[in-house]
Design a binder for this molecule. Sequence first.
Ligand code: S3P
Length: 171
Amino acid sequence: MKNIILIGFMGVGKGSVAREVIKHSDCVAVDTDDLIESMENRTIKKIFAEDGEEYFRDLEKKLSKWLGSSVKNTLISTGGGFYKQKNLKEIGTVVLLNSPFDKILKRINSHPNAVKKLKKRPLLSDLKKAKELYDERLPEYLALADIVIEVTDKSALECAKELLKKVKKHD
Ligand code: S3P
């Protein structure tokens, strides 16, 4: 199996879908934000606050090279900005989880840990700017995706099943 790279905007549900995919396949999953946090032994929020976004983007770049050269047969869930990596398509099949901005916000806000979810994402602290970022990224996400899963009003399990079916057909 080729790697599967899950991309999509913050809060769209990449982590939840990845967890369902690993439950229903023999796939192992990693998450780029988790890998960066363990490389640095501090949270994404702290990395942004102490060293800034550019430093974080350099870590994503370093990680993308390692993923491309060393990781196989893996579901790779990514932070919302990771899609900018030049070698993205070489890492694996790119799957976009897609949903309108207002539905993404609704999804985050309906979560029991909504405040925590918003706080841990520095780029969601200003919703006007986050919407602009969403509008800027959407066409880029769509252009890169080999497979698009519309996630609105679907459970993580439904999305995971759709993903596995579409990936099988694609690869
Ligand atoms: C970011 C998304 C975050 C995290 C960082 C930057 C982005 O990941 O990588 O805060 O640029 O969209 P999630 O998409 O998992 O929230």
